[in-house]
Design a protein around this ligand. Structure first.
Ligand code: ADP
Ligand code: MG
Length: 286
Protein backbone atom coordinates (compact mmCIF):
# COMPACT_ATOMS: atom_id res chain seq x y z
CA UNK A 1 0.00 0.00 0.00
CA UNK A 2 1.35 3.42 -0.84
CA UNK A 3 2.00 5.56 2.16
CA UNK A 4 -0.14 8.53 3.08
CA UNK A 5 0.81 11.73 4.81
CA UNK A 6 -1.53 10.74 7.65
CA UNK A 7 0.90 7.94 8.44
CA UNK A 8 3.29 10.56 9.76
CA UNK A 9 3.23 13.08 12.55
CA UNK A 10 5.07 16.36 11.94
CA UNK A 11 7.40 17.08 14.86
CA UNK A 12 8.82 20.37 13.69
CA UNK A 13 10.35 22.38 10.92
CA UNK A 14 14.08 22.03 10.18
CA UNK A 15 14.54 24.63 7.54
CA UNK A 16 13.50 25.99 4.20
CA UNK A 17 15.67 25.62 1.16
CA UNK A 18 15.43 26.71 -2.42
CA UNK A 19 12.94 24.03 -3.44
CA UNK A 20 10.96 23.21 -0.39
CA UNK A 21 10.88 22.89 3.34
CA UNK A 22 12.30 20.09 5.47
CA UNK A 23 10.42 18.83 8.48
CA UNK A 24 11.23 16.34 11.17
CA UNK A 25 8.46 13.73 11.17
CA UNK A 26 7.62 10.56 13.04
CA UNK A 27 6.05 7.55 11.48
CA UNK A 28 3.05 6.74 13.62
CA UNK A 29 3.15 2.96 13.54
CA UNK A 30 6.87 2.55 14.20
CA UNK A 31 7.75 5.83 15.98
CA UNK A 32 10.75 6.07 13.71
CA UNK A 33 11.92 9.62 13.00
CA UNK A 34 12.53 10.82 9.43
CA UNK A 35 12.92 14.01 7.51
CA UNK A 36 10.51 14.86 4.81
CA UNK A 37 11.04 17.49 2.23
CA UNK A 38 7.83 19.06 1.04
CA UNK A 39 8.09 20.26 -2.54
CA UNK A 40 5.30 22.15 -4.24
CA UNK A 41 4.76 20.66 -7.66
CA UNK A 42 1.84 22.90 -8.57
CA UNK A 43 3.81 24.89 -11.08
CA UNK A 44 5.71 21.92 -12.51
CA UNK A 45 4.99 20.46 -15.90
CA UNK A 46 3.63 16.94 -15.97
CA UNK A 47 6.91 15.82 -17.49
CA UNK A 48 9.04 17.37 -14.79
CA UNK A 49 6.85 15.93 -12.09
CA UNK A 50 7.32 12.46 -13.56
CA UNK A 51 11.04 13.04 -13.73
CA UNK A 52 11.14 14.08 -10.10
CA UNK A 53 9.29 10.96 -9.03
CA UNK A 54 11.55 8.72 -11.10
CA UNK A 55 14.63 10.42 -9.68
CA UNK A 56 13.43 9.73 -6.15
CA UNK A 57 12.76 6.14 -7.17
CA UNK A 58 16.35 5.97 -8.38
CA UNK A 59 17.68 7.47 -5.16
CA UNK A 60 15.78 4.85 -3.24
CA UNK A 61 18.01 2.25 -4.82
CA UNK A 62 21.14 3.96 -3.60
CA UNK A 63 21.94 2.35 -0.28
CA UNK A 64 25.21 3.20 1.33
CA UNK A 65 26.25 4.00 4.92
CA UNK A 66 27.59 7.38 3.80
CA UNK A 67 24.67 8.39 1.62
CA UNK A 68 21.48 9.87 3.03
CA UNK A 69 18.90 7.16 2.68
CA UNK A 70 15.79 7.97 0.67
CA UNK A 71 12.82 5.87 1.65
CA UNK A 72 9.77 7.00 -0.17
CA UNK A 73 7.76 9.77 -1.68
CA UNK A 74 4.16 10.68 -1.16
CA UNK A 75 2.23 12.60 -3.75
CA UNK A 76 -0.41 14.67 -2.07
CA UNK A 77 -2.72 15.80 -4.84
CA UNK A 78 -4.94 18.10 -2.79
CA UNK A 79 -2.05 20.37 -1.93
CA UNK A 80 0.03 19.61 -5.03
CA UNK A 81 2.93 18.64 -2.79
CA UNK A 82 5.42 15.84 -3.07
CA UNK A 83 6.87 14.67 0.23
CA UNK A 84 10.26 13.07 -0.06
CA UNK A 85 10.94 10.88 2.93
CA UNK A 86 14.55 10.42 3.96
CA UNK A 87 16.86 9.55 6.78
CA UNK A 88 17.13 12.14 9.54
CA UNK A 89 20.73 13.26 10.02
CA UNK A 90 20.83 14.32 13.64
CA UNK A 91 24.08 16.25 13.33
CA UNK A 92 22.85 18.66 10.66
CA UNK A 93 24.97 19.78 7.75
CA UNK A 94 28.63 20.78 7.46
CA UNK A 95 27.87 24.33 6.29
CA UNK A 96 26.20 24.98 9.63
CA UNK A 97 29.10 23.34 11.42
CA UNK A 98 31.61 25.57 9.62
CA UNK A 99 29.57 28.66 10.50
CA UNK A 100 29.55 27.62 14.16
CA UNK A 101 33.32 27.11 14.19
CA UNK A 102 33.85 30.55 12.70
CA UNK A 103 31.56 32.14 15.22
CA UNK A 104 33.23 30.38 18.15
CA UNK A 105 36.74 30.79 16.84
CA UNK A 106 37.38 27.06 16.91
CA UNK A 107 38.78 24.61 14.39
CA UNK A 108 37.78 21.07 13.57
CA UNK A 109 40.01 18.24 14.65
CA UNK A 110 42.30 16.85 11.99
CA UNK A 111 41.13 13.29 12.67
CA UNK A 112 37.55 14.31 11.89
CA UNK A 113 38.67 15.90 8.63
CA UNK A 114 40.47 12.74 7.44
CA UNK A 115 37.39 10.76 8.31
CA UNK A 116 35.17 13.20 6.41
CA UNK A 117 37.51 12.85 3.43
CA UNK A 118 37.39 9.08 3.57
CA UNK A 119 33.66 8.75 4.12
CA UNK A 120 32.71 11.29 1.46
CA UNK A 121 35.03 9.50 -0.96
CA UNK A 122 33.28 6.23 -0.15
CA UNK A 123 29.93 7.84 -0.88
CA UNK A 124 31.21 9.20 -4.19
CA UNK A 125 32.73 5.85 -5.05
CA UNK A 126 29.28 4.33 -4.66
CA UNK A 127 27.82 7.02 -6.94
CA UNK A 128 30.63 6.53 -9.46
CA UNK A 129 30.50 2.77 -9.61
CA UNK A 130 29.60 1.09 -12.90
CA UNK A 131 25.92 0.82 -13.68
CA UNK A 132 25.27 3.86 -11.52
CA UNK A 133 25.54 6.90 -13.70
CA UNK A 134 24.84 9.23 -10.80
CA UNK A 135 27.21 12.15 -10.71
CA UNK A 136 26.67 14.19 -7.67
CA UNK A 137 27.49 17.58 -9.18
CA UNK A 138 26.67 19.55 -6.10
CA UNK A 139 29.19 18.59 -3.47
CA UNK A 140 29.29 21.36 -0.93
CA UNK A 141 29.22 21.60 2.86
CA UNK A 142 25.44 22.19 2.85
CA UNK A 143 24.93 18.81 1.19
CA UNK A 144 27.07 16.83 3.61
CA UNK A 145 25.25 15.75 6.72
CA UNK A 146 26.23 14.11 9.99
CA UNK A 147 24.62 11.30 11.90
CA UNK A 148 24.70 10.94 15.68
CA UNK A 149 28.21 9.41 15.54
CA UNK A 150 29.60 12.17 13.32
CA UNK A 151 29.60 9.94 10.26
CA UNK A 152 29.27 11.72 6.96
CA UNK A 153 26.15 11.31 4.84
CA UNK A 154 26.13 12.72 1.36
CA UNK A 155 22.71 14.02 0.49
CA UNK A 156 20.51 16.19 -1.61
CA UNK A 157 21.57 15.11 -5.05
CA UNK A 158 19.79 14.84 -8.32
CA UNK A 159 16.82 16.74 -7.06
CA UNK A 160 18.22 20.21 -7.46
CA UNK A 161 18.85 19.59 -11.13
CA UNK A 162 15.30 18.47 -11.73
CA UNK A 163 13.72 21.21 -9.73
CA UNK A 164 15.33 23.85 -11.89
CA UNK A 165 14.97 24.60 -15.52
CA UNK A 166 17.98 22.67 -16.70
CA UNK A 167 17.10 20.49 -19.66
CA UNK A 168 15.62 17.20 -18.57
CA UNK A 169 17.69 14.72 -20.50
CA UNK A 170 21.16 16.17 -20.25
CA UNK A 171 22.64 14.19 -17.42
CA UNK A 172 26.19 15.03 -18.37
CA UNK A 173 26.29 17.85 -20.83
CA UNK A 174 27.32 21.45 -21.22
CA UNK A 175 24.35 22.74 -19.27
CA UNK A 176 26.25 21.81 -16.15
CA UNK A 177 28.23 24.96 -15.81
CA UNK A 178 25.14 27.04 -16.33
CA UNK A 179 23.37 24.85 -13.84
CA UNK A 180 26.12 25.32 -11.28
CA UNK A 181 26.08 29.07 -11.66
CA UNK A 182 22.36 29.55 -11.51
CA UNK A 183 21.36 26.97 -8.95
CA UNK A 184 24.24 26.54 -6.59
CA UNK A 185 24.65 30.25 -6.04
CA UNK A 186 28.28 31.27 -5.98
CA UNK A 187 30.10 28.36 -7.61
CA UNK A 188 32.96 28.13 -5.12
CA UNK A 189 33.32 24.41 -5.66
CA UNK A 190 33.15 24.35 -9.43
CA UNK A 191 36.15 22.72 -11.11
CA UNK A 192 38.40 24.48 -13.63
CA UNK A 193 37.20 22.28 -16.50
CA UNK A 194 33.57 23.05 -15.76
CA UNK A 195 34.40 26.74 -15.42
CA UNK A 196 35.94 26.52 -18.88
CA UNK A 197 32.74 25.01 -20.21
CA UNK A 198 33.95 21.43 -20.58
CA UNK A 199 31.86 18.43 -19.76
CA UNK A 200 31.36 17.59 -16.15
CA UNK A 201 33.17 14.38 -15.29
CA UNK A 202 33.95 12.24 -12.28
CA UNK A 203 37.13 14.14 -11.59
CA UNK A 204 35.03 17.29 -11.20
CA UNK A 205 33.54 15.71 -8.08
CA UNK A 206 37.08 15.15 -6.77
CA UNK A 207 37.84 18.85 -7.21
CA UNK A 208 34.69 19.82 -5.31
CA UNK A 209 35.61 17.38 -2.58
CA UNK A 210 39.05 18.99 -2.34
CA UNK A 211 37.37 22.38 -1.92
CA UNK A 212 35.10 21.07 0.83
CA UNK A 213 37.95 19.42 2.73
CA UNK A 214 39.96 22.63 2.43
CA UNK A 215 37.01 24.58 3.83
CA UNK A 216 36.68 22.20 6.76
CA UNK A 217 40.26 23.13 7.66
CA UNK A 218 40.33 26.84 6.82
CA UNK A 219 36.63 27.60 7.40
CA UNK A 220 36.69 29.44 4.09
CA UNK A 221 36.75 28.03 0.54
CA UNK A 222 40.12 27.78 -1.27
CA UNK A 223 38.93 30.05 -4.06
CA UNK A 224 36.62 32.95 -3.36
CA UNK A 225 35.82 36.36 -4.64
CA UNK A 226 33.04 38.89 -4.64
CA UNK A 227 32.38 38.42 -8.33
CA UNK A 228 32.09 35.41 -10.60
CA UNK A 229 34.64 36.63 -13.12
CA UNK A 230 37.53 36.88 -10.71
CA UNK A 231 36.39 33.72 -8.93
CA UNK A 232 36.64 31.74 -12.16
CA UNK A 233 40.06 33.26 -12.84
CA UNK A 234 41.21 32.09 -9.41
CA UNK A 235 39.79 28.61 -9.92
CA UNK A 236 41.56 28.27 -13.26
CA UNK A 237 44.80 29.52 -11.66
CA UNK A 238 44.48 26.89 -8.94
CA UNK A 239 46.52 28.76 -6.34
CA UNK A 240 45.35 28.83 -2.74
CA UNK A 241 46.67 29.59 0.73
CA UNK A 242 47.96 26.86 2.98
CA UNK A 243 45.46 25.44 5.48
CA UNK A 244 46.03 26.71 9.07
CA UNK A 245 49.47 25.76 10.35
CA UNK A 246 48.24 23.37 13.05
CA UNK A 247 47.12 20.96 10.32
CA UNK A 248 49.71 18.52 8.98
CA UNK A 249 51.67 18.81 5.74
CA UNK A 250 50.21 15.46 4.83
CA UNK A 251 46.69 16.92 4.86
CA UNK A 252 47.84 19.99 2.94
CA UNK A 253 49.43 17.70 0.32
CA UNK A 254 46.30 15.61 0.03
CA UNK A 255 44.21 18.71 -0.61
CA UNK A 256 46.76 19.99 -3.12
CA UNK A 257 46.53 16.65 -4.89
CA UNK A 258 42.74 16.85 -5.18
CA UNK A 259 42.96 20.46 -6.33
CA UNK A 260 45.05 19.63 -9.38
CA UNK A 261 43.87 21.97 -12.13
CA UNK A 262 44.41 19.46 -14.94
CA UNK A 263 41.66 16.90 -14.45
CA UNK A 264 43.59 14.30 -16.41
CA UNK A 265 46.24 14.13 -13.73
CA UNK A 266 43.90 14.88 -10.83
CA UNK A 267 43.41 11.69 -8.77
CA UNK A 268 40.27 9.63 -9.10
CA UNK A 269 38.19 8.67 -6.09
CA UNK A 270 39.80 5.21 -6.19
CA UNK A 271 43.27 6.74 -6.05
CA UNK A 272 42.27 8.83 -3.05
CA UNK A 273 40.82 5.85 -1.23
CA UNK A 274 44.03 3.90 -1.80
CA UNK A 275 46.35 6.77 -1.01
CA UNK A 276 48.79 5.83 1.80
CA UNK A 277 47.87 8.94 3.83
CA UNK A 278 44.19 8.07 3.74
CA UNK A 279 44.82 4.40 4.44
CA UNK A 280 47.03 5.28 7.43
CA UNK A 281 44.48 7.63 8.89
CA UNK A 282 41.55 5.28 8.64
CA UNK A 283 43.66 2.55 10.22
CA UNK A 284 44.23 4.67 13.33
CA UNK A 285 40.56 5.22 14.20
CA UNK A 286 39.28 3.44 17.20
P1 ADP B 1 18.76 23.79 0.69
O1 ADP B 1 18.04 24.01 -0.61
O2 ADP B 1 19.25 25.04 1.32
O3 ADP B 1 19.76 22.69 0.59
P2 ADP B 1 17.06 21.91 2.01
O4 ADP B 1 15.61 21.98 1.74
O5 ADP B 1 17.84 20.84 1.36
O6 ADP B 1 17.66 23.32 1.72
O7 ADP B 1 17.28 21.82 3.57
C1 ADP B 1 16.67 22.69 4.48
C2 ADP B 1 17.26 22.46 5.88
O8 ADP B 1 17.02 21.12 6.26
C3 ADP B 1 18.77 22.64 5.92
O9 ADP B 1 19.09 23.26 7.15
C4 ADP B 1 19.32 21.23 5.93
O10 ADP B 1 20.52 21.15 6.66
C5 ADP B 1 18.22 20.46 6.62
N1 ADP B 1 18.16 19.05 6.14
C6 ADP B 1 17.93 18.63 4.88
N2 ADP B 1 17.93 17.30 4.79
C7 ADP B 1 18.18 16.84 6.05
C8 ADP B 1 18.31 15.52 6.63
N3 ADP B 1 18.18 14.42 5.89
N4 ADP B 1 18.58 15.43 7.96
C9 ADP B 1 18.70 16.55 8.71
N5 ADP B 1 18.60 17.81 8.24
C10 ADP B 1 18.33 17.96 6.92
MG1 MG C 1 19.80 20.91 0.69
Amino acid sequence: MPERIEDYEVLGIIGTGSFGTCYKVRKRNTSHVFVWKAVDYGSMSEERKKLLVSEVNLLRELRHPNIVRYYDRILHKESATIYIIMEWCVGGDLATMITKCKRNNTYLEEAFIWRALYQTSRALQACHSPGRPVLHRDIKPANLFLDSDFNIKLGDFGLARILTNAKDDDKEDENDSLYAQTVVGTPYYMSPEVVKGSKYNRKSDVWSLGCVIYELCSLTPPFSSGNIKSLTTRIKGGRFERIPSHYSNELQQMITFMLTVNHEIRPSIETILHHPSVVTHIATWS
